[in-house]
Ligand binder design. Structure first.
Ligand code: BTN
Length: 226
């Protein structure tokens, strides 16, 4: 790993590297060496990771992770920061719960949030991978934007969102959410998604009217949505 550039932007400290296994893995392993607000950006990841232990292949992605040491609502803030940044470039994307970003129905961006606990909460690593190709080879979608401009747009919006109330963030999140009012398969039942709760869980109702809150580790929404 070679550090290519270091710079400060807003409250963030950016470290640009050429190649790394995974920006999330690095910050998870070395969180105690850094203050929060560190942003690690890699030109290339050799072992990029996605949710559910999936491999995250990057070609021309914007790949980066942010280290946080406060327990905050990253599951809500991270997708919102991306959506709002894309809006600044006149791109209207949507959030597929819990935090995939879709453009024209296809995945543009993935977010991997990993919390570090040792008895109590210590840190959180928020990793984002955004496809910046106009013609991605996989069944995905891309946007042809400048890497650095998009990154800074996301960070600017992240910091702005940190300073607005959770209720306001939730209103925005719901506005961009693709799942509210849709049906999902859950434990053999077809359920209606009623709402998203403040803790990021999904509020679903069964046919008999029973209400349940489910968490992102309980279902893979990709397979569950009808
Ligand atoms: C997903 O959709 O499954 C989440 C993908 C997250 C990918 C990003 S790229 C930067 C950071 N480092 C990783 O290894 N993963 C995240």
């Amino acid at each position: 790993m070679k550090i290519e550039k270091k710079e400060n932007f807003q409250s963030f400290h950016l470290i640009w590297v050429d190649e790394i296994d995974s920006t999330n893995t690095y910050l998870k392993t070395n969180y105690n060496l850094f203050e929060e607000y560190i942003v690690l950006i890699a030109k290339k990841q050799t072992q990029g990771r996605g949710r559910y232990n999936r491999i995250w292949e990057s070609n021309n992605d914007l790949c980066f992770s942010i280290l946080w040491k406060k327990h905050q609502r990253n599951a809500i803030l991270a997708p919102l920061a991306i959506i709002e940044a894309l809006k600044d470039f006149s791109i209207d994307a949507q959030i597929k719960w819990p935090n995939d970003i879709l453009l024209n129905g296809k995945k543009l961006c993935g977010i991997l949030i990993e919390d570090i606990y040792e008895e109590s909460f210590l840190a959180s690593v928020v990793g984002m991978g955004i496809n910046l190709e106009d013609k991605p080879s996989v069944d995905g979608v891309g946007v042809l934007l400048d890497k650095e401009e998009l990154l800074k747009g996301i960070l600017l919006n992240y910091e702005r969102l940190l300073n607005i109330s959770l209720n306001e963030c939730m209103t925005l999140y719901k506005k961009y959410s693709l799942v509210i009012g849709k049906y999902v398969h859950y434990e053999g039942h077809v359920c209606l998604v009623k709402d998203i709760n403040l803790d990021g869980s999904l509020c679903i109702t069964f046919k008999d009217g029973t209400i349940k809150n489910i968490y992102s580790n309980e279902i893979d929404i990709k397979n569950a949505m009808i």
